[in-house]
Write a protein that binds this ligand. Structure first.
Ligand SMILES: *[C@@H]1O[C@H](CO)[C@@H](O)[C@H](O)[C@H]1NC(C)=O
Ligand SMILES: *[C@@H]1O[C@H](CO)[C@@H](O)[C@H](O)[C@H]1NC(C)=O
Ligand SMILES: *[C@@H]1O[C@H](CO)[C@@H](O)[C@H](O)[C@H]1NC(C)=O
Ligand SMILES: *[C@@H]1O[C@H](CO)[C@@H](O)[C@H](O)[C@H]1NC(C)=O
Ligand SMILES: *[C@@H]1O[C@H](CO)[C@@H](O)[C@H](O)[C@H]1NC(C)=O
Ligand SMILES: *[C@@H]1O[C@H](CO)[C@@H](O)[C@H](O)[C@H]1NC(C)=O
Ligand SMILES: [Zn+2]
Length: 537
């Protein structure tokens, strides 16, 4: 109701990219409706045994981020945007994942990545450990019993090749949870282990990746973080090594001792030149995280894009006749959100989408399961009543009092100060009447480094706790079908490949689970629910 009265004001303010949508008349929607039913009726139950799996994780890519990213992508291509789709939004099998950590309602990435990669939910900040882990305390006996096995372990056990590609440091919470076991995600270098916990037998994450299984056996490791792997580098605020190790050198030396062909690369040209017959590649393209996609040095001496890294990884991994498991993280959607930089978050979604599109073009639906999801969401929303085609990153609406505000907003974060009239003082409690700046549309719509509105100040915006969507295509994709725990994803992947919990005990010669397995599962389910109800009442 209210917004109707504002139409004149909105008309002045909105820089509408597509002015008319009259072609979307009733005939348009009738055709779309019928086509969509035809498509839905087409059977899509691929029960093949998968050879390969690629799991794409958009860090922090909740549903509002996906929708904003979809509109942003369309607008970059000159369209209105709302009517478009990201590459994975055309997948037929979609579900929702519950992302809480065992000890937190709203999770962090270490706990959620552990759930996504191992099928076991863990605690906040704990990398590759179950809920018996103790926060920030080094207890090797606990690490041993709490340590989880992941998709990487299962794939290696089945003779498959493995890869991890990310835009963050390779030791950051999400990638680390696929190979490391650590009671605090910040233990990326030896100097980050608290002094009280040193010398008790716990290893930093970078050392675990290079010295321990399964990290050192991962075939393709591409991302950032050189500073945490090599002593003597101190270019960014991330931790430095105190033990003098040069882990990439150690990595090459060990692979040579195993007669494994290997290459250590540091820029785009070197990555592109790695011959496909090399079986082990380590790429460290930045001292800390890789730059945001739009900030990359795109020259040959610069950083490869997520799409380029994914392409190279698939080329190297697909040599294995037994197949591969590749994990790809669009890791910096999350970082842009933490700084309330909504436009950069959209750019990162677009770069992530491009990598998925390339992977789809390089693989076959008959033998490769592709799963796209997020580890968790953000405190991020799409609000107001912006006109169709309004620039998604800009001012979307004005209040009845004539106050302009952005479509993309946060409930907390550093954007609070930017939007205060008195921006120097985060909390000016005396300015009760005029608290907020009225945004200048022109200025705001173009500023990718301008933080968006946040309702209260936080140095770093928080995650969000609602479910995240999961999209799947390929063998057994239909097992993604409803509201699931996040741990459903690695089980689906394991089942499609017959690895890990289903190693050599999957579907046998028939593509379906044997009926006795089904009965056994239902018997167990009945027992569990009986026990639960007895306890409850
Ligand atoms: C692990 O070792 C510590 C110290 O030796 C001991 O206090 C603790 O009870 C042990 N925990 C388990 C689960 O064995
Ligand atoms: C790294 O650089 C920072 C900033 O220049 C400095 O404060 C810190 O002491 C340096 N750390 C080491 C280990 O050299
Ligand atoms: C590597 O190759 C060398 C020379 O052929 C051989 O002596 C050695 O045993 C091999 N090492 C491994 C771990 O296979
Ligand atoms: C708070 O805001 C008011 C109104 O904008 C301003 O006059 C005042 O100087 C601010 N207070 C401080 C401490 O800056
Ligand atoms: C918005 O900013 C632009 C560029 O700084 C300026 O030219 C314009 O006058 C401003 N508009 C308003 C309404 O303040
Ligand atoms: C449950 O599974 C076991 C082992 O596979 C099998 O021996 C048993 O017959 C099954 N039970 C039922 C009720 O199907
Ligand atoms: Zn985060």
């Amino acid at each position: 109701m209210k917004h109707c009265g504002l139409s004149t004001l909105l008309g002045i303010l909105s820089v509408t990219r597509v002015t008319s949508s009259v072609k979307e008349d009733s005939r348009y929607w009738k055709k779309l409706g019928e086509d969509s039913i035809k498509d839905a009726l087409r059977e899509d139950k691929n029960e093949n045994l998968a050879k390969n799996v690629i799991l794409f994780v958009g860090d922090g890519m909740g549903l509002s981020t996906i929708v904003a990213g979809r509109i942003f992508k369309g607008q970059m291509q000159g369209h209105s945007g709302e009517e478009g789709y990201l590459s994975f939004e055309k997948f037929k099998h979609v579900g929702l994942l519950k992302t809480y950590n065992v000890d937190r309602q709203v999770p962090d990435s270490a706990g959620t990545a552990t759930a996504l990669f191992s099928g076991i939910k863990g605690n906040y900040y704990a990398v590759g450990l179950d809920a018996t882990s103790v926060y920030n305390v080094c207890q090797p006996n606990v690490t041993k019993t709490a340590g989880v096995r992941t998709l990487i372990d299962w794939a290696i056990e089945a003779g498959k090749s493995t890869g991890m590609v990310t835009t963050t440091r390779l030791t950051h919470a999400t990638p680390a949870s696929s190979y490391a076991h650590c009671p605090h995600r910040d233990w990326e270098c030896d100097t980050k282990i608290p002094e009280t916990e040193r010398g008790k037998g716990c290893k930093d994450i970078a050392s675990q990746m290079v010295e321990d299984e399964p990290g050192r056996s991962i075939n393709v490791l591409l991302g950032g973080g050189e500073q945490v792997f090599v002593a003597g580098i101190n270019k960014t605020s991330v931790c430095t090594r105190g033990d003098g190790k040069n882990l990439p050198f150690q990595w090459m030396k060990w692979h040579n001792s195993q007669n494994r062909t290997n290459a250590f690369v540091k820029n785009k040209a070197q990555l592109m030149e790695v011959p496909d017959n090399i079986n082990h590649v380590l790429g460290l393209f930045a001292p800390s995280h890789m730059p945001y996609d739009k900030d990359r040095d795109t020259s040959v001496n610069g950083e490869p894009s997520l799409e380029e890294m994914t392409t190279k990884a698939i080329q190297i991994l697909s040599k294995n006749t037994k197949g591969y498991v590749l994990l790809v993280e669009g890791g910096r959607i999350d970082h842009a959100h933490h700084d309330n930089l909504a436009k950069i978050a959209m750019e990162e979604v677009a770069a992530f989408d491009a990598a998925i599109q390339k992977a789809l073009a390089m693989t076959k639906r008959s033998d490769t399961l592709i799963v796209v999801t997020a580890d968790h969401s953000h405190a991020f929303t799409i609000n107001g009543y912006p006109k169709r085609g309004n620039p998604i990153e800009g001012v979307g609406d004005v209040t009845p009092e004539g106050f302009a505000y952005e479509t993309l907003s946060y409930i907390n974060g550093p954007g609070y100060n930017y939007h205060r009239i008195d921006s120097a003082d985060g909390i000016n409690r005396t300015s009760t009447l005029k608290t907020w700046k009225n945004l200048n549309l022109t200025e705001n719509a173009k500023g990718r480094s301008v933080p968006h509105m946040a309702g209260f100040w936080m140095d770093s915006e928080t995650h969000g706790g609602e479910d995240v969507p999961v999209y799947a295509s390929g063998p057994m994709a239909h097992l993604i079908h409803g509201v699931h725990e996040q741990t459903h994803v690695p089980y689906t992947i394991a089942y499609s490949l017959c690895i890990g919990p289903y190693f050599q005990d999957c579907r046998g010669p028939s593509p379906k689970p044997s009926s006795s397995t089904v009965i056994n599962i239902s018997v167990v389910a009945v027992i569990i629910s009986t026990v639960v109800s007895l306890r409850l009442f």
